[in-house]
Design a protein around this ligand. Structure first.
Ligand code: NAD
Ligand code: HSO
Ligand code: ZN
Length: 427
């Protein structure tokens, strides 16, 4: 089911498997959809809902009563599970908030750095092939912990639910106190959050959230206008496993992420031919039995998924770092030794009892993570996504006197004498 790429006879890392239908290829389509919303507003959002979601939303802004009704109708078990997820993500995210620092550079000379949240955040929650109340938790809790005052959430309208977002998404939003919710999906929704739509939603400062390639591409399009988090597109899992790993668990985890999307990537990197064969055998059994087998088969057989045979674990680490996966699982004889040497990954899951699906819901980590190789440069969603470091300068006259000569000399060297005058005027 997984194609094999045998690199075991070489020590270098060639081009690795990626989806052909990636963000670059849908960038023009996403730009058109964003631009239509920027120019035509609500009319374009409704047209895109009819075209892609096959439903006309009764209203783009979800009414308060619909949020309340969704919360009232929420299954008790799901509510308890959401509470668990919210509690864990809140605790782990609160620990991320950086403390401000004050540096004293001399008597009466102080520079402070404080962390200030943006005023408005727009968060996207996917809802095409699957619906993601867990992404409500990941986005909203991170923004709330950062101290964002206004959070607006967008999620695709559902034909089976009268053209509103899925009721579990609405219920999760209501649980978290988010009452500004849009029935809008895909690139158009990202455009609406970034530019605002008269009478529907005001523009935000930061747009975050996962989604399919169109959502990821739209975030790239609006990235020059608002702050965006990493491109969190079709899910990726890369497993580094040696001969000691449990092949059936490896197979279960590959299938778990392949079920998101035909474009999801599932990659096994191993130095053990026996393990590779055993994972193939386990995949046959698991895929045959999984409810989304059709989607999983496409994802596992596609060019973005593979078993990569490597010479040894050093080689496996080099391959994984070059790929920079969204999720990296490590199942080896000495997991700590491997994780210590990893540089590039959105999130790392260490050992057989830490599968990606734990992190998807309730580990306490955030599941909105960079895909498409971005994990080599940027991080996943967290409190910092909504915060900016801001410097506050507090000098008194004694402090100013202590550095005045340097400022005046530099101002004159730049031929900006009025800058020097502004110092002299105080002394
Ligand atoms: N990386 C992460 O952190 C992360 C987290 C959760 C989910 N995901 C990914 O999110 C994605 C969710 O995708 P989904 O499709 O289920 O939901 P989605 O909400 O991302 O996409 C649905 C929307 O896509 C748009 N769309 C559909 N077909 C289109 C087309 N042909 N042209 C233009 N726009 C089109 C529509 O507007 C539709 O509302 C999956 O790929 C999943 O792997 C990623
Ligand atoms: N694995 C996805 C990308 O990180 C997140 C998710 C949500 N629900 C299930 N899984
Ligand atoms: Zn998942």
């Amino acid at each position: 089911m997984l194609r094999r790429l045998d690199l075991s006879a070489r020590a270098d890392v060639p081009e690795l498997p990626r989806a052909a239908h990636d963000v670059d290829r849908v960038l023009d389509a996403a730009r058109e959809l964003v631009e239509a919303v920027r120019v035509d507003g609500a009319e374009a959002l409704v047209a895109q809902a009819v075209r892609f979601d096959r439903v006309q939303p009764p209203t783009l802004r979800v009414p308060r009563e619909a949020l309340d009704a969704a919360l009232a109708g929420l299954d008790d078990g799901v509510r308890a599970a959401l509470e668990t997820a919210i509690g864990r993500v809140r605790l782990a995210t609160a620990a991320q908030v950086p403390a401000g620092v004050t540096t004293t550079l001399g008597t009466g000379a102080v520079v402070e750095q404080r962390w200030v949240p943006v005023a408005r955040a727009g968060v996207y929650v996917p809802g095409g092939k699957a619906v993601y109340p867990s992404s409500v938790v990941m986005n909203v809790v991170a923004a709330q912990v950062a101290g964002v005052e206004r959070i607006v959430l967008a999620s695709p309208p559902q034909a089976d639910h009268g053209g509103l977002p899925h009721p579990t998404i609405l219920a999760a939003a209501a649980m978290l106190g988010v009452d500004e919710v849009l029935a809008a999906g895909g690139a158009g929704a990202i455009g609406a959050l970034a530019y605002g739509v008269p009478g529907v939603v005001d523009a935000v400062d930061v747009v975050t959230g996962p989604g399919n390639v169109f959502v990821a591409a739209a975030k790239r399009v609006v990235g020059g206008h608002v702050r965006v988090d990493a491109e969190a597109g079709p899910t990726e899992i890369l497993v580094i496993a040696d001969a000691t790993a449990d092949a059936d668990l490896v197979a279960a985890d590959l299938v778990s992420q392949a079920e998101h999307d035909e474009l999801a990537a599932a990659v096994l990197v191993t130095d053990s031919l026996a393990l590779a064969d055993a994972v193939d055998a386990a995949l046959e059994v698991r895929v045959a039995a999984t409810p989304h087998a059709e989607r999983v088969r496409v994802s596992l057989a596609a060019e973005q998924s593979a078993t990569i045979l490597v010479a040894d674990l050093d080689h496996a680490i080099a391959v994984s770092d070059a790929y920079a996966p969204e999720h990296l699982e490590i199942m080896t004889a000495d997991d700590d030794a491997v994780v210590a040497r990893i540089r590039n990954a959105g999130a790392i899951f260490v050992g057989a009892a830490s599968p990606v699906s734990l992190g998807d819901y309730a580990a306490g980590s955030n599941h909105v993570l960079p895909t498409g190789g971005q994990a080599a440069r940027v991080s996943g969603l967290g409190a910092a996504t909504f915060l900016r470091p801001q410097q506050v300068v507090r000098y008194d006259l004694e402090g100013l006197r202590g550095v005045a000569d340097a400022v005046v000399a530099l101002a004159e060297s730049e031929d900006l004498p009025a800058h020097a005058e502004a110092i002299r005027a105080r002394l």
